[in-house]
Design a protein around this ligand. Structure first.
Ligand code: BGC
Length: 289
């Protein structure tokens, strides 16, 4: 049995791209060698950027804890309903705000993330075997291994293909987030008719009873900053016979503009660290990669 891959990678790449997403702010350049906080970088002077949507104080966003008007929250702990614990272990608080556990990103503040420190997400990786028209498993020519397919959505924000995950709401159990996000993004449960809603609900309920965790930890997400970053828990839900979710029509909804069953292989290109999570899933099933 493979255990979940976890914790804190020592490098991030996507959150050092030249431009910060959505708001088009230039990141201060950070080379691979300059990522680690333990490496001196005296010229480092990242822009302090928090998106207007976060400054507008929606319910999912923190106040500016650098401002003495706001008492410090319970960092590294459950803070009321808000989970400020990192899956990678304790993070440091520098000048009243958390510091990215992997290293420099070229931007400080929160960017478009609502929480200082970890922002928690959950990712359902729903899989089935690829089958031919007679219902037989399809094997890849060179590896000879059966091909696994997973449900991918196309994100509204970046246009990239991704796992249909989403943010864990304050006080919400991860198991609830996994089902909710899959229903909303891959089956458009929000806009379904009442009878369709029941069918979707039953299929998800059934399949999501037995999940296997494949990843828990930091995500190399393009929205990360020096003080706010994404973390996730990714679970695989496998429809072995293809008769559960595998047979219900997919329908993109909410934050997704496209949805499809996608063959798993090393050539798949996905948002943030999602390639790593689907690779783990392929290893779990000993399928073609
Ligand atoms: C996405 C998740 C993703 C997380 C971290 C969330 O916005 O919905 O799929 O894993 O960000 O990148």
């Amino acid at each position: 049995m493979m255990s979940s891959v976890a914790a804190k990678p020592c490098m991030h790449v996507k959150c050092r791209a030249p431009m910060y997403p959505r708001d088009n702010i230039s990141r201060f350049p950070v080379s691979d060698e300059q990522v680690s906080w333990s490496k001196a970088y005296p010229e480092y002077n990242p822009p302090d950027h928090t998106s207007p949507s976060v400054l507008a104080k929606p319910v999912w966003a923190d106040p500016d804890f650098r401002d003495p008007a706001f008492p410090q929250p319970k960092w590294n702990d459950l803070d009321g309903k808000i989970n400020r614990k990192s899956h990678s272990g304790p993070y440091e608080i520098i000048d009243k705000v958390p510091r990215n556990p992997v290293g420099r990103t070229g931007v400080c503040g929160r960017g478009c993330l609502g929480r200082w420190g970890p922002n928690h997400a959950a990712d359902p990786i729903v899989t089935r075997w690829k089958r031919d028209c007679r219902g037989n498993q399809v094997k890849e020519g060179i590896s000879g291994k059966p091909i696994l397919q997973f449900v991918a959505i196309q994100r509204r924000d970046s246009g990239e293909w991704a796992i249909p995950g989403g943010m864990v709401d304050a006080g919400e159990a991860v198991s609830v987030t996994l089902k909710r996000e899959f229903g909303e993004e891959a089956m458009n449960s929000i806009e379904a008719r009442e009878d369709e809603k029941v069918e979707i609900e039953e299929a998800i309920q059934d399949l999501f009873q037995n999940g296997k965790e494949v990843y828990r930890g930091y995500v190399d997400d393009p929205r990360n900053t020096d003080n706010a970053w994404m973390e996730t828990v990714a679970f695989n839900f496998h429809d072995e016979t293809g008769r559960s979710v595998g047979r219900i029509a997919l329908n993109a909804g909410d934050d997704a503009v496209g949805v499809r069953w996608t063959d798993l292989s090393s050539s798949v290109k996905l948002f943030a660290s999602h390639e790593l999570f689907v690779k783990q899933t392929a290893m779990l099933h000993n399928s073609h990669w």
